[in-house]
Design a protein around this ligand. Structure first.
Ligand SMILES: Nc1nc2c(c(=O)[nH]1)N[C@H]1C(S)=C(S)[C@@H](COP(=O)(O)OP(=O)(O)OC[C@H]3O[C@@H](n4cnc5c(=O)[nH]c(N)nc54)[C@H](O)[C@@H]3O)O[C@H]1N2
Ligand SMILES: Nc1nc2c(c(=O)[nH]1)N[C@H]1C(S)=C(S)[C@@H](COP(=O)(O)OP(=O)(O)OC[C@H]3O[C@@H](n4cnc5c(=O)[nH]c(N)nc54)[C@H](O)[C@@H]3O)O[C@H]1N2
Ligand SMILES: [Mo]
Length: 715
């Protein structure tokens, strides 16, 4: 390995032709995959992108999405100037205005709502992008509002909550030292491409893989020794059934349970009802397969369980599915030991980089009085116990009903109504607001509802701090000037704070002051990071030592691994169960099985799209030109449809029409549809109250639906 700290500058490959190679990161997908990129720049324009070979995260690789980054940056619908709405909300008629004027309007309107209704009536919401979030969070708090929320209301955090409720900290599988890898919804090949080569290497080393997935995927095909093609949303029953088998066969780790766990008796009593027969019936799996998988997992340790950020939690029983899965670690003694699950602490935006920063203090220092509860906290109290942000799944309701208090204005950064269940309801809510400002790169369907639209810039046009696994930190530099009149989100917030005369000195000092505040105990400086084109090693970073967390006492009320979660017990009266219980995921909305015979699974990741962002990018779109619904080939035969025929998918909430893609990879009875398309929005089908009472997460990945072929004359 070259010494990364010596390779500080990208080489200029063809001197004399005016091309410069500049380095930054691609932030198109998840924080863990913010790959290093070499941008070839000529005359101030990016002409080519490549993965950075010396980058400690991606080592030169780039995925389909990142490779299309140039087309993403130069998408034709980039917002060019600040805009003021001149048509109806949603119509898309705007006029350009100056930044100065835009700031004045936004400041006046937000302050007006604050004066009339109180600061909590202004909500601040961020879509997927993460880098500016602490800054936005502090802005909301300094403004005086408790209502800061993000896309985390549907992503990853429910799984983190489940870990916190059990041991008090998130964790990561130590697959390198495992003999068996239990992959609940494991398909990194599409959702986390950097993990794919690692998985293949582990397979070559002889690790055993058990993969639980309703679909046949590259992971089930390339890795699985056992593939359990489960009925969506029934993983909790499977995990409880496995627990029952493990206890019945005496495969559990009694010493570990005795010493380090809490609530085993109650858990063991509960799982008894998940006999092999019943588990097979609920999950749609064969008894023999469940038995073999359980035996392989429990008797060949150490074993780890790979995490998924959302496939298990996007169900109305999702949090408890996840808890049931986690509890297998306690039962088999695989928590906090080599080859099992290793506790991990976030350094910055969910990246466990092995060093500490003051990332939460930055906004907690200025938190306002909590006179009222944040949005969603009455309905989803457990969410608000763990999360210092509102649960956005209750936002459209609160805007429309005005209870327990009105929400009248919204600052949206990359706000996308198509990520929300029952998108139409969210559009109605946006229409009902007194004021809505949206900051985005592109003129999205949601931005069309805004009174003021502000143009943000991409990661290629700004500098940002980022921590990486392995003890690295970086502060990137823009590789091109911000396009048109766009600015970085933080610059926008800083300038707005100035116009508002927000009483917050540190915030108004800007982004570098924020980062300096957070890294103040580290020996690296922003200048050190800027001096390198690559992430640098942070001397304070250290690896986790397995067993240390257990020895010191876990972050739970009992200090132990809690089968019975004392944190959840606080909410027993609201009907939440401290032990991982199972309930069916399909019948809360009253859709009759006969009328709606299929199970709708929306949003299983495809390699060439990320939510709504790449549907308008030519290269990625060309790989799947139309929105399509994947159904089982036999189901297609029964329905009398062939590839490319139009079908209507209908639920109690809505209907959409899409082309059908019959496939043997899909479980019979399942209907798989990717989301984020304007012309066929999967979230028009999902009910806004079809949510998990523990986390607030929507049942994106299990609700009933029907399919009707659309004959040519009706199309
Ligand atoms: N049916 C269904 N729905 C789902 C899911 C599912 O599986 N099924 N998954 C859920 C999950 S896990 C997630 S994470 C969410 C994601 O949902 P969203 O966060 O809504 O994701 P995007 O559609 O990518 O929207 C992000 C917006 O941010 C804008 N943007 C990008 N970069 C920047 C920037 O630097 N600054 C600003 N201001 N804006 C920027 C983009 O242009 C885009 O409009 O969707 C959820 N919704
Ligand atoms: N290409 C691409 N990558 C992405 C994203 C993207 O939009 N596109 N989004 C990013 C985001 S925001 C997130 S949250 C992550 C999500 O990351 P993951 O959770 O890994 O998401 P998926 O790849 O959709 O899900 C993995 C597998 O879960 C299966 N699955 C679906 N329902 C169930 C179920 O009920 N039980 C079980 N056992 N399996 C099920 C699917 O068939 C799929 O093969 O991906 C991130 N990476
Ligand atoms: Mo997500």
């Amino acid at each position: 390995m070259p010494d990364i700290n010596k390779l500080t500058k990208a080489k200029i490959p063809c001197e004399g032709n005016g091309i410069e190679v500049k380095r930054t990161l691609c932030d198109i997908c998840c924080p863990g995959m913010h790959c290093g990129v070499d941008a070839y720049v000529k005359d101030g324009k990016i002409i080519k992108l490549e993965g950075t070979k010396e980058h400690p995260r991606n080592h030169g690789l780039l995925c389909t999405k990142g490779a299309a980054g140039r087309q993403y940056v130069y998408r034709e619908d980039r917002i060019k100037t600040p805009l003021r709405r001149i048509g109806e909300r949603g119509e898309g008629k705007f006029e350009p205005i100056t930044w100065e004027k835009a700031y004045r309007i936004v400041a006046d309107e937000l302050l007006k709502v604050k004066k009339e209704y109180g600061a909590d009536s202004v909500a601040f919401f961020s879509g997927y992008t993460k880098w500016y979030r602490q800054y936005l969070h502090r802005f909301a708090y300094s403004f005086g509002s408790i209502n800061y929320g993000t896309e985390c209301s549907t992503c990853f955090k429910a799984s983190e909550m489940a870990w916190e409720a059990t041991v008090g900290l998130n964790s990561d599988p130590d697959m390198e030292n495992s003999n068996v890898i239990l992959g609940f919804a494991l398909n990194g090949f599409h959702s986390r491409y950097l993990v794919a080569p690692r998985l293949l290497r582990l397979k070559e080393q002889g690790k055993k893989f058990i993969i639980i997935d309703p679909r046949k995927t590259p992971a089930t095909q390339k890795l699985a020794d056992i593939h359990l093609q489960i009925k969506p949303g029934t993983d909790g029953a499977l995990a409880l059934g496995m627990a029952n088998l493990i206890i019945e066969n005496d495969w559990h780790d009694k010493e570990y349970i005795e010493k380090y766990t809490y609530g085993f008796e109650e858990y063991a009593k509960y799982v008894k009802q998940f006999t092999l027969e019943r588990t097979a019936e609920i999950t749609g799996l064969r008894k023999e397969d469940i038995y073999e998988a359980t035996k392989m997992y429990a008797t060949n340790g150490p074993a780890s369980i790979t995490e998924t950020s959302c496939s298990l939690t996007h169900h109305i029983n999702g949090f408890q599915n996840y808890r049931a899965m986690i509890c297998l670690n306690g039962l088999t003694g695989n928590f906090d030991r080599p080859g099992g699950q290793i506790p991990e602490k976030s350094t910055f935006y969910d990246m466990p980089a092995g060093f500490d920063m003051y990332e939460h203090e930055y906004y907690l220092d200025v938190q306002p009085d909590r006179k009222s509860k944040a949005i969603g906290c009455t309905k989803y109290p457990l969410w608000c116990k763990f999360m210092d942000e509102f649960q956005a799944m209750d936002m459209s309701r609160q805007i429309l009903e005005g209870t327990p208090y009105p929400i009248k204005a919204l600052y949206g950064a990359g706000m996308n109504a198509k990520m929300f269940p029952d998108t139409k309801k969210m559009y109605e809510a946006l229409k009902a607001l007194d004021f809505f400002v949206d900051v985005d790169l592109f003129m999205t369907d949601t931005a069309k509802y805004a009174d003021i639209v502000l143009p943000a810039c991409t990661s290629y046009e700004r500098g940002e701090f980022k921590a990486y696994i392995g003890g690295y930190a970086t502060f990137t530099k823009p590789v091109i000037e911000p396009l048109y009149e766009s600015k970085s989100d933080v610059q926008i917030l800083k300038e707005l704070a100035d116009v508002m005369e927000l009483d917050d000195k540190l915030l108004r000092e800007g982004y570098e002051a924020e980062i300096n505040y957070m890294i103040r105990d580290l020996s690296i400086t922003i200048e050190d990071m800027k001096a390198s084109d690559l992430p640098i090693k942070v001397p304070e970073a250290r690896d986790v030592v397995p067993g240390e967390f257990t020895t010191n006492g876990m972050n739970t009320a009992s200090g132990k691994f809690e089968f019975y979660s004392n944190y959840i017990a606080e909410f027993k009266e609201q009907g939440l169960s401290p032990i991982p219980t199972y309930r069916p995921t399909l019948d809360d909305e009253g859709m009759d099985e006969k009328e709606y015979p299929y199970i709708l699974v929306t949003g299983s990741r495809i390699p060439n799209a990320i939510h709504s962002r790449l549907h308008n990018v030519p290269w990625t779109r060309s790989l799947r030109p139309d929105p399509m619904v994947d159904i089982n080939a036999e189901d297609a035969k029964e329905l009398g449809v062939e590839k490319g025929d139009l079908v209507e998918i209908e639920t109690i909430t809505g209907k959409i029409r899409v082309k059908v893609n019959p496939s043997v990879k899909i479980r019979k009875g399942d209907v798989q549809m990717f989301h984020g398309y304007g012309e066929a929005n999967a979230n028009d089908l999902i009910g806004s109250t079809h949510t998990d009472p523990y986390s607030g997460y929507p049942g994106f990945k299990s609700s009933r639906c029907k399919l009707t072929p659309v004959r040519a004359q009706e199309a």
